[in-house]
Design a protein around this ligand. Structure first.
Ligand SMILES: NC(=O)c1ccc[n+]([C@@H]2O[C@H](COP(=O)([O-])OP(=O)(O)OC[C@H]3O[C@@H](n4cnc5c(N)ncnc54)[C@H](OP(=O)(O)O)[C@@H]3O)[C@@H](O)[C@H]2O)c1
Length: 248
């Protein structure tokens, strides 16, 4: 019998959970516990880490999981690596549901970098207004360039003092092009730092930057070992149905 585990925390994972619930597939949805009030899911839900590769492998065995769907954020690299190892160890089928990265379009002023520290290095020495559109747990290295006026955007209000002075917008999105144009203009933003998350939910800032001719320091996704990867919920449902019919 098929029993699926969804590693979630993204809008795509919620869409998948809805389809899986509608199809009556036995499944569990898992959140990492990063946001305070995660959205309700139409499936039994667990919150919090598994305890590394061995913890996830134990969970897979004890829960009789036959299929793991890694629908985590493209930058949630540790969880994705753990899923690859735990599924290999337990002989469990694994698929990743991951949106394609954004690609540079005509008019984009992207500076592509490998990671956060490279992004810090690219920022100018002269004081500038910088929109840091990266997760809360990735901002600390920017404290080494305090001359800039930083604007941050988080899903939840920060609980602890920030590592440097900054203006914080608290909003979960999705964001509109007009809203982003307004925000960037009103704040006189001169530079944007973003991660190549892909998808439509976070794309508006990239389109707004192009329209305003702003440079974007674009952080590439972390490299992951090879795994089966699809970009749509329909493909995951087919994979689930397909492998179920093969009696996997
Ligand atoms: N990174 C982002 O920018 C971002 C943005 C939006 C949403 N999210 C979501 O937030 C969660 C945490 O992201 P992250 O970047 O902190 O991940 P990460 O660095 O890859 O994961 C760190 C640890 O958090 C636990 N974890 C992560 N996702 C989990 C899940 N879905 N279910 C159970 N445990 C999970 C695992 O703990 P153990 O080792 O103990 O199992 C993992 O080793 C992910 O589910 C991701 O989809 C992340």
């Amino acid at each position: 019998m098929t029993r699926a585990l969804i590693l979630g925390g993204t809008a795509d994972a919620s869409l998948l959970a809805a389809d899986i619930a509608r199809a009556g597939v036995d499944a569990v949805y898992s959140y990492g516990g990063r946001t305070r009030a995660p959205a309700d899911q139409p499936l039994p839900t667990r919150i919090g880490g598994f305890g590394g590769v061995s913890g996830l492998a134990d969970y897979i065995r004890s829960e009789g999981i036959t299929h793991v769907i890694d629908a985590t954020h493209p930058f949630a690299a540790e969880m994705s690596r753990n899923a690859i190892e735990a599924c290999a160890e337990t002989g469990t089928l694994l698929i990743a549901l991951e949106r394609a990265p954004w690609t540079k379009a005509a008019g984009d002023k992207w500076i592509e970098v490998a990671d956060v520290s490279a992004a810090v290095a690219v920022l100018p020495a002269a004081p500038a207004d910088v929109f840091l559109a990266i997760g809360r747990q990735h901002i600390a290295p920017f404290a080494s360039k305090p001359q800039h006026a930083y604007t941050l955007r988080f899903v939840d209000p920060p609980q602890a003092p920030l590592p440097f002075a900054a203006d914080v917008i608290v909003s979960r999105g999705p964001f509109t092009l007009d809203g982003e144009l307004e925000m960037l203009r009103v704040r006189g933003i001169g530079w944007i730092v973003a991660r190549n998350s892909g998808g439509d939910g976070a794309r508006a800032k990239i389109d707004a930057a192009r329209m305003l001719g702003l440079p974007v320091i674009m952080i590439s996704r972390p490299a992951l070992p090879e795994r089966k990867r699809v970009e749509s919920v329909a493909e995951v449902m087919q994979w689930l149905g397909h492998s179920a019919r093969l009696g996997a």
